[in-house]
Design a protein around this ligand. Structure first.
Ligand SMILES: [Zn+2]
Length: 181
């Protein structure tokens, strides 16, 4: 699936550049990709997965973002949805999740998005560890970039979940979404 890999590269390179060159490193602990949806309260999400653990993780990820963030409301529908929440089985890559934004992470407005859980890796995760990946990818879909520390938007599952125990949005992550919307 070379197209997906190209899109991954765009997102990862951009996220790294934000980390390297972002100038807003004061009190806030979030970084923004640069694009946004016209609003996130009416976004429709279509969950379509092969591995049942992926389905549960997307549900959990959506539930906690909705529960914790006053800006966010969602409905799951595969009719006219803007966001596809999927999974894949890629043994040759190290990523456990990725998000792609259409037309690009820096574009306004976003018109579509897709995110993947790679169950080649996540099938060995606990349910909360998979939810940590799903919630992280949803953060990208809302417009958040990578951030260091014990936040949901930490890029590394080994840090975010294994070291920090974070599997849903922290106050810093929620502040980022509040700032955008
Ligand atoms: Zn990420």
């Amino acid at each position: 699936m070379p197209i997906r890999h190209v899109r991954v590269a765009v997102l990862v390179v951009f996220a790294l550049s934000v980390g390297a060159f972002g100038s807003h490193r004061s009190a806030r602990a979030y970084e923004l990709l640069g694009g946004q949806w016209p609003g996130i309260s009416s976004l429709g999400f279509c969950i379509s997965t092969s591995y049942s653990g992926s389905d549960a993780a997307w549900d959990t990820g959506l539930y906690y973002w909705d529960y914790l963030s006053s800006e966010f409301g969602y409905h799951t529908s595969c009719n006219g949805n803007k966001v596809s929440l999927l999974d894949a089985n890629y043994s040759q890559v190290s990523w456990d999740g990725l998000a792609e934004l259409i037309p690009s992470p820096v574009s306004n407005p976003y018109t579509g998005a897709a995110a993947y859980l790679n169950y080649h890796h996540t099938q060995n995760y606990t349910t909360t560890k998979i939810a940590s990946v799903a919630g992280h990818e949803l953060g990208h879909i809302f417009g958040l970039a990578h951030e260091s520390g014990c936040v949901l938007m930490n890029a590394a599952t080994s840090v975010r979940y294994t070291s920090c125990g974070v599997w849903y949005a922290t106050s810093d992550d929620r502040d980022g979404v509040s700032y955008i919307y």
